[in-house]
Design a protein around this ligand. Structure first.
Ligand code: NAP
Length: 246
């Protein structure tokens, strides 16, 4: 990928960075010079593989298991990254789940879990990294939303709500942090070929005007554009193969 930003000496944390979109973002950040912490929930082998790819190009990597929906786990995650790589300059809130449910089979537990993993985690992780970013007057936060924040999507209304909330929080933080050198933006992909989409019953390339799924690397390119741009904040950049225009 052509480099649009030099992140030499920066430390990045990518939640859910072990596979799919997160793993591509980890690799792009490392290629731009950053040392990268790779958070995951339970699949250690994927996280170790992503870390090995980062080390192979000469950057430092740290794989850290933590459920980002839990405050105590997030506090420990951020401490572990600080001790291992240094304070976090770049946060990518990417961890997410997509439980496919209709109106009638959506349970309270599904709703609460989705909001906790996809939305509350953004609050917890952002709050935990902000003190250092504010102190140094520089920080980049990118939230991985979804076309489902605005459209129906194929997952369910709980997922719509979690991603719409994430975009609201993106604007809320951006407005409050704009004078402190910290940008907060979101990327809203639709139908990127990962385990999440492969497991989704409603996801076929025929729904996409471009005629194919997007790739994790295409999402990572947008993340890198946002990390490299000091003037852009509070925005959501959509990429959907022509399915939606914003
Ligand atoms: P994926 O392939 O299912 O990977 C999900 C990642 O998140 C894994 O690393 C997983 O770790 C981690 N994770 C899940 N729950 C977690 C938790 N509670 N704490 C910490 N880590 C957790 O997903 P993806 O398709 O790459 O999606 C990444 C993000 O993009 C999600 O926020 C998703 O909503 C969003 N998105 C995806 C698409 C798409 O078409 N794929 C479209 C729009 C938006 P383990 O492997 O250990 O479980």
């Amino acid at each position: 990928m052509p480099q649009i930003v030099d992140l030499t000496g920066r430390v990045a944390l990518v939640t859910g960075g072990s596979r799919g979109i997160g793993a591509a973002i980890v690799q792009a950040l490392a290629e731009a010079g950053a040392n990268v912490a790779i958070n995951y929930r339970s699949a250690a082998a994927d996280a170790d593989a992503a870390a090995a790819k980062v080390r192979a190009i000469g950057r430092k990597a740290l794989a850290v298991a933590a459920d980002v929906s839990e405050a105590s786990a997030v506090a420990k995650l951020v401490r572990t990254v600080q001790d291992g790589l240094g304070p976090i300059d770049i946060l990518v809130n990417n961890a997410g789940i997509a439980l496919i449910r209709g109106i009638d089979d959506l349970t309270e537990a599904d709703f609460d879990r989705t909001i906790a993993v996809n939305l509350k985690s953004v609050f917890l992780c952002t709050q935990a990294v902000l003190p250092h970013m504010r102190e140094q007057h520089w920080g980049r936060i990118v939230n991985i939303s979804s076309g489902a924040a605005r459209g129906a999507g194929g997952v369910g209304l709980h997922y719509n709500a979690s991603k719409a909330g994430m975009e609201g929080m993106t604007r809320g933080y951006a407005a409050r942090l704009v004078k402190e050198g910290i940008t907060v933006n979101a990327v809203a992909p639709s139908l990127i070929e990962t385990d999440m989409v492969r497991a989704g019953v409603a996801a076929t390339p025929s729904r996409i005007p471009l005629g194919r799924f997007g790739t994790p690397e295409e999402v990572a390119m947008v993340v890198m554009m946002l990390v490299g741009n000091a003037y852009m904040t509070g925005q959501t950049v959509a990429l959907s193969g022509g399915m939606a225009f914003s």
